[in-house]
Ligand binder design. Structure first.
Ligand code: HEC
Length: 243
């Protein structure tokens, strides 16, 4: 299997030529939520998660959960469910406006949200906020259904069965804070460039998931999106507008 999940390069790694006129790009609101300790093993095993059976039959996470991610996040952030280490005051969810555009050579993604009140212990002292994006081109089984969860395993750093303290899948994104809104913009060459990057072209549809570490959070203590499709000029949950 090649280039299953690829991280989009952060601002520092990208050469920005022209930026899109974001005022002309429609935004989609996606509510990322606090996932607690819900690795793909918990999701698919079926002894505790009611969705396992229909997921196996091809239902997406969003098909069942899209409308209720804020409620789900609240349950886990408060420790009511599958969170052995709740963080006092942690937001259950964050609504994020997602915009996408592309031109002949680049894909541009823009994320805007209002950071929730913080104040928890600083797990990552150096970074107040991190945003990670995963793009996947239908090479990995089930990634079209499960989004980020496909990369989330119970032996990952800070999870229950962690063996390797350094196992991680994140990258720091570039940010510019505008007023009380946090804005993060990624630029990536359609052809890729970094190791494991998938190749994109106009007309393609790929899978997208993203996560935000707010308030100096680290490891799994982040807010995660369900899986969505991203279309480059093609119909999808998020349509990258040609500019
Ligand atoms: C067929 C519908 C269905 C599908 C598909 C499904 N789920 Fe669920 N999920 C449920 C139900 C019902 C519950 C609540 C009761 C339970 O835990 O079984 C739940 C609970 C959860 C919870 C715990 C929080 C809560 O609100 O109880 C998480 C996290 C979760 N699902 C994530 C996912 C993810 C991620 C996927 C895709 C990989 C997924 N689910 C697919 C039906 C579904």
């Amino acid at each position: 299997m090649t280039a299953a999940f690829a991280l989009v390069a952060g601002a520092g790694a990208a050469v920005v030529t022209a930026t899109p006129d974001w005022s002309k790009v429609p935004g989609k609101t996606i509510t990322v939520f606090y996932p607690g300790a819900s690795p793909i093993e918990w999701i698919t095993k079926g002894t505790e998660h009611g969705g396992a059976k229909r997921l196996r039959k091809g239902e997406t996470c969003g098909g069942c959960h899209e409308e209720e991610t804020a409620d789900m996040g609240k349950k886990m952030a408060t420790g009511q469910k599958i969170e052995p280490r709740p963080i006092k005051g942690k937001a259950g969810s964050i609504p994020v406006t997602v915009q996408a555009a592309h031109d002949a050579s680049n894909l541009y993604l823009r994320f805007t949200w209002k950071p929730p009140a913080g104040g928890a212990e600083k797990m990552d002292k150096d970074n107040a906020t991190k945003l990670a994006v995963m793009l996947e081109d239908n090479k990995m089984e089930r990634a079209n259904l499960s989004g980020c969860w496909e990369a989330c395993h119970q032996d990952t750093r800070t999870m229950r069965d962690a063996k390797d303290g350094n196992r991680t899948k994140y990258m720091v994104g570039g940010d510019v804070k505008a007023g009380d809104q946090q804005v993060v913009t990624f630029t990536r060459k359609l052809a890729g460039g970094a190791e494991d990057d998938i190749t994109l072209a106009a007309g393609n549809v790929c899978n997208l998931g993203f996560a935000i570490h707010d308030d100096h959070a680290a490891g799994r203590f982040h807010h995660v999106s369900l899986g969505y499709t991203l279309g480059l000029g093609a119909d999808a949950d998020i349509k990258a507008v040609k500019q």
